[in-house]
Design a protein around this ligand. Structure first.
Ligand code: HEC
Ligand code: HEC
Length: 351
């Protein structure tokens, strides 16, 4: 059923798909993944697809995407917790030599990234992976490129003790350090009112996580999804059509345009990387080179790209994706249109 409806979508909706050669091949190569397409009421799709040339109909859009919610945490009720989390996020005293904060690698005034392929830690040493943005990260199914932390609260406790990131030796050392700072005594007490001894390592994660839950970046694309047809220009709309018809939206979908599934890099055409991704967590052969599909919100601002930061430009990232994930060679016009659409995912205001 789903496969049939997807065929209907591919063949009837977009003149683009018909004018491209090899559109059948593209469909076959994708067919194993339809079951993971996002949400939507599949029964409604068939009929409405017909005759929708050049039009991005609401049902197709709803099938793939969802606008950002206004909020995912009660910011009033949790004001003290969030204020504490923000302070911790920005505080280099969470690192062994008081030089590195979360914000060093995930800069809030730079779309949550440091714009480097990999990031230097407290001794200048770099890990093997690119720093993903913290903006909208709380929406993901799990955290890290390989999904090894279940949420932002758990994730935040990792880098503080990571020897090449913030380099604190033990959680008790971090707690001891914070207990000597009066401002933290007050702020932890306010944020964790019911707790006798509120400065606990786990509470650092809770506070930072609460703060990260406020880092949502509504964009023009959200306005478009909510019905403002003028929120995107014609090039951006064409790019969105191509993004869907080419198959990008099979993986990059949902509220974060990604972040909600794991997929292999090099699904169709093998991709060269030493990083085995989720295999290192699960040990499953089928998880080799499998990564969390990244969110594409703010993507024009968060380069360099891919898990190792090896791809410098968004143009190149789009070309590589088309080739390795979909087995397609794309023209510069495709890249330009899709890139224009991706630009509409940039947050309108920065916190
Ligand atoms: C030295 C640089 C560095 C510092 C400092 C750092 N991070 Fe990260 N962060 C990274 C890297 C690199 C990754 C990806 C690692 C991986 O996937 O294995 C990451 C991943 C993340 C993610 C996952 C995002 C996603 O899309 O999966 C979040 C959230 C995050 N960091 C928040 C934090 C917080 C909160 C702090 C402070 C407690 C922090 N980071 C400190 C480099 C850093
Ligand atoms: C089969 C699933 C799948 C398909 C189809 C797919 N992607 Fe991806 N995409 C991924 C995965 C997985 C990654 C992470 C790869 C890595 O870093 O190793 C990724 C990464 C990206 C990145 C880099 C994100 C970052 O933060 O570094 C961009 C940009 C991107 N994809 C765009 C696209 C476009 C445009 C298309 C269509 C031409 C597309 N993708 C098709 C799964 C997919």
């Amino acid at each position: 059923m789903k496969v049939f409806l997807f065929l209907a979508l591919m063949l009837s909706s977009y003149s683009y798909a018909q004018s491209e050669h090899d559109s059948q091949g593209g469909i076959q190569k994708n067919s194993g993944h339809h079951n993971e397409m996002h949400g939507g009421d599949h029964h409604e799709m068939g009929g409405t697809m017909h005759g929708s040339h050049h039009k991005l109909d609401k049902i197709t859009l709803k099938h793939f995407f969802e606008p950002l919610p206004a909020s995912i945490i009660d910011e009033k009720k949790n004001a003290a917790l969030i204020a504490l989390g923000k302070k911790l996020y920005l505080d280099p005293r969470l690192s062994v030599n008081n030089t590195i904060s979360c914000n060093s690698c995930h800069q809030l005034n730079n779309f949550g990234v440091d714009s480097q392929p990999t990031s230097p830690g407290h001794e200048g040493k770099r890990g093997g992976r690119n720093s993903p943005t913290t903006l909208n990260a709380a929406l993901h199914i799990a955290q890290f490129w390989d999904g090894r932390a279940k949420d932002v609260e758990e994730q935040a406790l990792g880098p503080i003790l990571n020897p090449i990131e913030m380099g604190m030796a033990k959680d008790v050392d971090v707690v001891g350090k914070l207990k000597k700072i009066d401002e933290y005594k007050t702020m932890f007490a306010e944020a964790f009112k019911d707790e006798k001894d509120p400065i606990l390592y786990v509470n650092i994660g809770k506070a930072i996580g609460a703060f990260e839950r406020t880092l949502l970046t509504p964009s023009r694309f959200d306005d478009f999804l909510k019905g403002d047809e003028n929120a995107l220009n014609d090039t951006e709309k064409r790019g969105l059509q191509k993004f869907i018809s080419m198959g990008c939206a099979n993986c990059h979908n949902g509220v974060a345009i990604g972040g909600n599934s794991y997929k292999k890099i090099g699904l169709v055409v093998p991709y060269e990387t030493k990083d085995l991704g989720r295999f290192e967590i699960t040990g499953l052969e089928t998880d080799k080179k499998v990564f969390k599909v990244p969110s594409l919100r703010n993507i024009t601002k968060t380069g360099p790209y891919f898990h190792d930061g090896s791809v410098a430009t968004l143009d190149e990232a789009i070309e590589e994706m088309a080739e390795h994930q979909l087995g397609r060679k794309v023209e510069p016009e495709f890249v330009a249109d899709v890139k224009a659409f991706l630009g509409s995912l940039t947050g309108k205001v920065q916190k």
